[in-house]
Design a protein around this ligand. Structure first.
Ligand SMILES: [Zn+2]
Ligand SMILES: [Zn+2]
Length: 307
């Protein structure tokens, strides 16, 4: 069934012209409204990151597909029949669930954050931000989160198709032009409103709304926060560079220099790689948990002063 689909699995390439058209459309609205959500240098950086990601991933996909194919051929527990609709529904949920955990862990383990930080490095929020993607994610082994799917009998091509679908879905939610959608959509799906929260650098919004397509995972695992007011976008400590090489490798560089800091214990060195982003041995930086706690305590004291 899937022999001829191999070439079609990288549907992301076919989506590129649509991405370009919609970016121009949003830019046109933006200019008309004088909303200024676009900035030339920022957009060029985002598009360069997207193009680099596409080039790297087109070749990396062959490698990942090879590994998944090997797992599927030799170690799969079941053989799923994709002529049944329920099988597709099951694997859709399974992939979206996997994306949620991959994304959540990408925010809580610095090793994975070093790749994912790229996507959060813009202080702007528009459709071009969606294309600001990592160059190092596949090399860092992010694809291994999906390896359980071929073990369960999901064909590697299907894994590829679902991953691309998720990424294409996540394109349109990177906009400020859509404020809120009907309630049942906001309840079930990841929407522009939910994802704006995810791109915020405000403590109350940090590490929230990790969903790919369905927001239900954030609701189930208690990482959901509704949008309340226009967020401030970017990182708690911004990279402040439009240079694609700096954007792609900055965090890897700081991991290396942290790791080789003089006089650290092995545990502290490991924490600089596998601890949460913002962790430091001398408390000179702050993790998102610490930032959130700080903000909550501040709000508490303001509240008690008022009383
Ligand atoms: Zn993220
Ligand atoms: Zn995003």
């Amino acid at each position: 069934m899937f022999e001829n689909l191999e070439a079609e699995s990288n549907i992301l390439i076919y989506a590129v012209p649509f991405f370009v058209v919609f970016i121009f459309f949003e830019l046109w609205i933006d200019l008309r409204e004088s909303a200024k959500s676009y900035e030339a240098r920022d957009t060029i950086s985002s598009l360069t990151m997207g193009l680099g990601n596409l080039l790297i991933n087109t070749s990396a996909k062959v490698f990942v597909l090879g590994i998944f194919w090997f797992i599927y051929d030799n170690y799969r527990l079941f053989t799923l029949d994709f002529s049944y609709l329920w099988v597709w529904i099951f694997v859709f949920f399974a992939e979206d669930f996997t994306y949620y955990w991959f994304h959540r862990i990408s925010h809580s383990v610095r090793y994975f954050w070093a790749s994912h930080v790229v996507h959060h490095s813009s202080k702007r929020y528009n459709l071009s931000t969606a294309l600001r993607q990592t160059w190092t994610g596949t090399l860092a082994g992010g694809f291994l989160f999906w390896a359980w799917l071929p073990i369960m009998g999901v064909h590697p091509i299907v894994v590829g198709i679902l991953q691309s679908t998720s990424l294409i879905y996540q394109f349109w939610i990177h906009t400020e032009k859509i404020v809120r959608l009907p309630r049942f959509i906001e309840f079930l799906f990841n929407t522009p409103s939910h994802h704006r929260v995810h791109h915020s650098s405000e403590p109350r919004y940090l590490d929230r709304n990790h969903a790919g397509i369905l927001i239900i995972w954030d609701r189930i695992f208690r990482t959901f926060v509704p949008e309340n007011g226009r967020p401030t976008y970017g990182l708690t400590v911004n990279i402040d560079s439009f240079n694609p090489l700096v954007i792609a490798f900055n965090e890897w560089g700081t991991i290396l220099s942290d790791f080789f800091t003089n006089g650290l214990s092995i545990r502290n060195r490991m924490m600089y790689i596998f601890g949460p982003p913002g962790w430091s041995h001398d408390n000179s930086r702050k993790t998102s948990k610490e930032l959130r706690l700080e903000e909550e305590q501040l709000n508490q004291s303001i509240k008690s002063q008022k009383e």
